[in-house]
Design a protein around this ligand. Structure first.
Ligand code: SF4
Ligand code: SF4
Ligand code: SF4
Length: 469
């Protein structure tokens, strides 16, 4: 009875997106959601087929543009830091998966595969970032892009057919766990009207969730881990709400069951993306690039082991050194904070780890917005023109070196300061002994991030070399 009353928009909270005109329709209406998913699926399949039919870079800019520019990373990073995990909401694999799972075998996934680190380490870091740094340009070859995504498509279909609970998304997908963790940086939150749930005998919201989650517990746990905003629960019960809350609001509240993998996502991604990129592409384009440890070690290995030039040992070493450095900083930070605060290291790691969430994802906005103007926008539209024979060609919106592009450098310091702000709030929640000292040690990673940004930004301005490694 009570649940029924919520059908009326006037009864919904003023912050509930589902109750808002137009935007509520865009996020909840089945046909609206279906139309985005069909469009994404069409683009995905067309780009794959086009990649096989036109395998070389010279004849195909469409396939790499669809996968590596506007859709991912631009769309993914801008939406994760605002609307949340809407990338998964429209993902073609998730869309196919939900439907295949219904007719599949619905087996329980073996314990060995029930591990989000498979997606984070193997599918993401090794299958993508390692390849990107070590074999530069390889993934931008249309046929390689098409093969790469075909493997993921086939693997996902197999998993969706065999196992229940959208196991591929939770454990194997290279971006499932990563998106789920970073969605905390956005300003939306899915939950339910608690007063209504008190009277609920049959939680249709949970029963309808293909991911086997229970949205009525999201608030209590301060976690919506693995939720892909597919909105099945919202269609099953009107007491589900999708609210606008403060940016990253869940990060400053107590998390009843902190997840190791979420914290590792923040740390590993800041290492392999932010630090490694600043080493390889930031400092690698300055006049003292030759003296950096990754260039020295990379060249040494390349010569000593007779490694051919198409394997970039400098990029590989930048990634390895970035990983080692970040892990060392985190270890020292947790170790010192733990003894200052007289708390177990594990607890300190989980509590302060959530403060690192903005570092990579908000800092990455600098890169994706700059590249939107330099390449993504024109590549995507020119790719569409090529693939559908539209006969137009557009120029990029900006040229490398245009001074106004520097404006996007505002994002890394915002990321670091936001991280420090979250840290302050989390330290207050934890209330350790010698609080100030604890806070100081806990802030080592954001401080190192800020220092690296300031150094590479200044070096890029004053000592640019004009060529990179
Ligand atoms: S987890 Fe991966 S496969 Fe699943 S919906 Fe998200 S991006 Fe798609
Ligand atoms: S949201 Fe779920 S638990 Fe709450 S009333 Fe609806 S079905 Fe029941
Ligand atoms: S909780 Fe709701 S929106 Fe999230 S995955 Fe489950 S059904 Fe989809």
């Amino acid at each position: 009875m009570k649940v029924e009353r919520l059908h009326q928009v006037s009864e919904r909270s003023s912050k509930d997106i589902f109750g808002m005109p137009i935007i509520g329709f865009l996020f909840k209406n089945r046909y609206a959601l279906l139309s985005y998913r069909l469009l994404a699926l069409f683009l995905f399949l067309y780009a794959l087929i086009y990649g096989f039919l036109h395998p070389s870079k010279e004849e195909n800019i469409f396939t790499p543009a669809v996968f590596w520019s506007l859709f991912w990373p631009f769309f993914m990073i801008t939406t994760l830091t605002t609307l949340g995990n809407v990338f998964c909401m429209i993902c073609p694999l998730g869309f196919l998966g939900k439907n295949i799972q219904k007719i599949g075998l619905k087996l329980r996934i073996p314990k060995l595969l029930k591990n989000p680190y498979i997606g984070i380490i193997f599918s993401n870091i090794l299958a993508y970032w390692f390849v990107l740094y070590t074999f530069p340009g390889l993934l931008r070859i249309p046929i390689v892009t098409a093969l790469f995504f075909s493997v993921f498509l086939l693997l996902s279909l197999l998993f969706f057919f065999l196992f229940r609970g959208m196991a591929f998304c939770k454990y194997i997908c290279p971006i499932g766990s990563v998106n789920s963790a970073f969605a905390r940086a956005g300003f939306t939150w899915l939950s339910t009207y608690r007063e209504e749930c008190k009277f609920c005998r049959k939680p249709e919201c949970a029963l309808s969730c293909p991911y086997e989650l229970n949205p009525s517990k999201f608030d209590e746990r301060n976690s919506m881990a693995n939720c892909t905003l597919c909105m099945e629960c919202a269609h099953a019960c009107p007491a589900v709400r999708f609210e606008i809350r403060g940016w990253g609001s869940s990060l400053v509240k107590k998390i009843s069951k902190p997840l190791h993998w979420e914290v590792w996502v923040y740390i590993l991604m800041v290492a392999v993306i932010t630090f490694a990129m600043r080493f390889h592409h930031g400092l690698g384009r300055t006049q003292f690039a030759e003296y950096t440890p990754w260039v020295v070690a990379g060249k040494f290995l390349q010569d000593k082991l007779n490694i051919p030039d198409w394997i970039d040992m400098t990029g590989f070493m930048a990634m390895i050194i970035a990983l080692c450095l970040v892990l060392l900083i985190v270890f020292l930070s947790v170790r010192l904070a733990s003894s200052a605060g007289q708390l177990p290291m594990r607890k300190v790691f989980l509590e302060i780890g959530y403060a690192f969430a903005p570092l990579m994802i908000v800092g990455a906005l600098a890169h994706v917005w700059e590249f939107f103007f330099l390449r993504y926008y024109s590549d995507f539209l020119n790719g569409l023109s090529q693939a559908f024979g539209l006969g137009f060609h557009i120029e990029p919106l900006a040229r490398r070196g245009d001074p106004w592009l520097l404006v996007f450098n505002v994002f890394p310091p915002i990321a670091a300061l936001w991280s420090i702000y979250i840290l302050k709030k989390r330290v207050d929640l934890l209330n350790p002994a010698r609080k100030n000292l604890f806070f100081l040690f806990s802030a080592m990673l954001p401080a190192a991030y800020l220092a690296l940004w300031a150094f590479s930004f200044t070096a890029g301005l004053l000592f640019r070399s004009g060529h990179g490694h």
